[in-house]
Design a protein around this ligand. Sequence first.
Ligand code: SF4
Ligand code: SF4
Length: 354
Amino acid sequence: MNKHNLLLQNIPDFVAHLQTYGEVHAPCQKGENSFSFEQVTDPSRVVLDYARTLQSIRKYFLPPTERLLNFSLTDNTFTKVAIENNHRIFLGVHSYDMKAVLKLDFNFSHRTPEINYLKRRENCTFIGVSYEPDDYHFSRSVGITVENTEGFDLFLDRHENGYTVQVLTERGTEITKDFTALGEALEIPEISRQFKNKIKFNYNRLPEVMEQSWNSPVWEEVAQRCVGCGTCNLVCPTCYCFNMVDNVDLKLTDGSRDRHWDGCLLSSFAAVAGGENFREKLASRQRHRIYRKFKYITDKTGDPWCVGCGRCTAYCTAGISIVEIVNRLSDEFEQTHLRKSSAPVGQKIQGVSL
Ligand code: SF4
Ligand code: SF4
């Protein structure tokens, strides 16, 4: 692996250089305190030192809303909408958001491949950047370090005067080889980046915790505060549920089939014909969200489906913290096991004869 040094003052030139290889999409300031991945037109607007973007780069591969096809009811024909997949370079991606893309790749490629998603994933180059964990990040608790380079072509690790650039793939070599402002890599002592926000159990144990948490009072307590707005789903880089709607014109001759993001915290999510709703209560919807992240897919893959970005907590309308929920369930789990192990032989606890 080759390493180089990139000085802060050379970043706009580096962005302009990347633009000769394809569209560059990078974090830009949005409003006073927010950041958003946008197509770069002015390299000086790129911000590499940011905590998190409102949306992850998931929005490029699974757009919030998209037309899948147009149809005619007159002759019963349909036409699929063509998918654009220009060469795109994603600059300034955090390791947890890259990992989220790799998880979505799994979701959309095993069993029946999802053609639109996979088409948009072609021709992409990913350039990662390190970050300073804030009060919400907890990605190390789910096995993703700040410096995790999986999925990246280049990785930019911040130091005092700039970045150490790690070249990780042939594509990374190709897009850096003619950029003459890259200097020789400096001898930088390893930076120790601490996460204040932590899940108390190793993530491998969380499916076991969830297994025993189905009837926990925590779900109802969280539901008392939750307003069911669905923000936690909509900002999550690993959420991928969607709804399909057929829209027919007023003449009832033509229409379109459209796909929109959906979210399991929304009351309509599990509603079906006949007025039934499988998860009518907010408590059951909260439980479903947490089980989707730490049990259902984890049971199949061995990995948590949360990447510890902290968005669902940072942007929650009611200040609900996913780490607090998981840690409270872990505390309950621990207490139950402590009681079981200290109970006299033969005493019955929770229906189990010891
Ligand atoms: S963002 Fe917060 S208030 Fe809104 S549905 Fe999610 S947990 Fe509930
Ligand atoms: S569940 Fe929350 S912390 Fe985990 S990946 Fe989704 S938004 Fe990020």
